[in-house]
Design a protein around this ligand. Structure first.
Ligand SMILES: CC(C)(COP(=O)(O)OP(=O)(O)OC[C@H]1O[C@@H](n2cnc3c(N)ncnc32)[C@H](O)[C@@H]1OP(=O)(O)O)[C@@H](O)C(=O)NCCC(=O)NCCS
Length: 269
């Protein structure tokens, strides 16, 4: 399989794509280079059957293996992703398939050729998020702030020393909220890298500015100092969420005014 540059992807304005909503997904505000789409994962029999109809045989086999809740999340997100990518790449659903990297990160294949388009998906209970960019690597994570048993044990296993001491100064809801904020940034980063949990999240720490509460920042993995990643906080009252995306070489920080907010874009009539 060869990698191809998607000329269509480079030409299509991302914001125009992001402004188009579907039956169970809608765009959130983004920058010119990354679009974020929210997917409604609440139970809905009509949507679930429609989504199932868009899956290919491999995806239907995966769907069979899941329990009902993960099955719903997978099919609603995957069908939304299919519709968005078909729109963006100008291909039919039948010509689009997915393959995965060594650690399971999906990438798009159009008529047998790997597409250069970058995307990542995350789902948590009722909320799914999809990030999409013309190229580069990106990762997204969303988590509903469900109370965790053994939160302190979890914090010890996934956070770095300074993150742990910051969390140790808090209790109750404040602690849970900060835990999810840190966690979604860290998971977005390991998903951007594509390595998933084979990268130990306790071995890197978020930038001080992000830990202090900044909505966006720049990060470098200690073992990969040559690559800079833009970070964006996408959290709302309903969920914690974060985006990590590779910054082009020579672009030390996200351009000003490039910040995300989670306000839905106005829809065309
Ligand atoms: C990637 C990973 C961190 C996701 O964690 P999670 O909290 O369960 O799930 P999220 O909802 O945030 O994300 C799931 C989505 O991430 C994507 N994904 C899967 N593996 C990924 C990876 N290695 N990197 C980035 N994204 C990945 C998929 O699109 C998946 O959704 P889908 O199955 O509906 O298409 C975790 O599954 C992991 O560590 N995977 C790697 C396992 C591995 O190394 N496998 C090797 C053999 S395949």
């Amino acid at each position: 399989m060869t990698a191809v540059a998607d000329e269509t992807a480079a030409k299509l304005p991302l914001q125009a794509l992001a402004a188009s909503a579907g039956p169970w997904w809608k765009p959130l505000a983004g920058t010119a280079s990354v679009a974020i789409i929210h997917v409604d994962l609440r139970p809905d029999t009509v949507h679930e059957w429609e989504a199932f109809g868009w899956l290919d045989s491999e995806e239907r086999a995966a769907w069979q293996r899941y329990l009902p809740d993960p099955r719903r999340r997978f099919s609603l997100c995957r069908a939304a992703l299919r519709a968005i990518l078909c729109d963006y790449l100008g291909c039919t659903n039948e010509r689009l398939s997915f393959a995965t990297s060594d650690h399971g990160k999906p990438f798009a294949v159009v008529a047998g050729e790997r597409s250069g388009v970058a995307f990542n998906v995350s789902h948590s209970i009722s909320h799914g998020l999809i990030a999409l960019a013309p190229s580069g690597r990106l990762g997204i994570d969303v988590e509903e702030r469900v109370p965790k048993q053994s939160l302190d044990v979890l914090i010890e296993s996934v956070m770095g020393a300074e993150e742990q001491s910051q969390l140790a100064s808090l209790e109750g809801h404040e602690k849970l909220e900060l835990f999810y904020r840190f966690w979604t940034f860290k998971e977005a980063l390991i998903k951007a890298l594509g390595t998933g949990f084979s990268t130990d999240p306790s071995l890197f720490q978020l930038p001080c500015s992000i830990r202090r509460g900044d909505k966006s920042g720049v990060f470098r993995f200690p073992h990969l100092p040559g690559t800079a990643w833009g970070l964006e906080d996408l959290s709302t009252e309903e969920y914690a969420a974060a985006l990590a995306y590779e910054l082009p070489l020579g672009q030390p920080s996200p351009s000003s005014g490039a910040h995300f907010d989670s306000t839905p874009l106005p829809q065309e009539a």
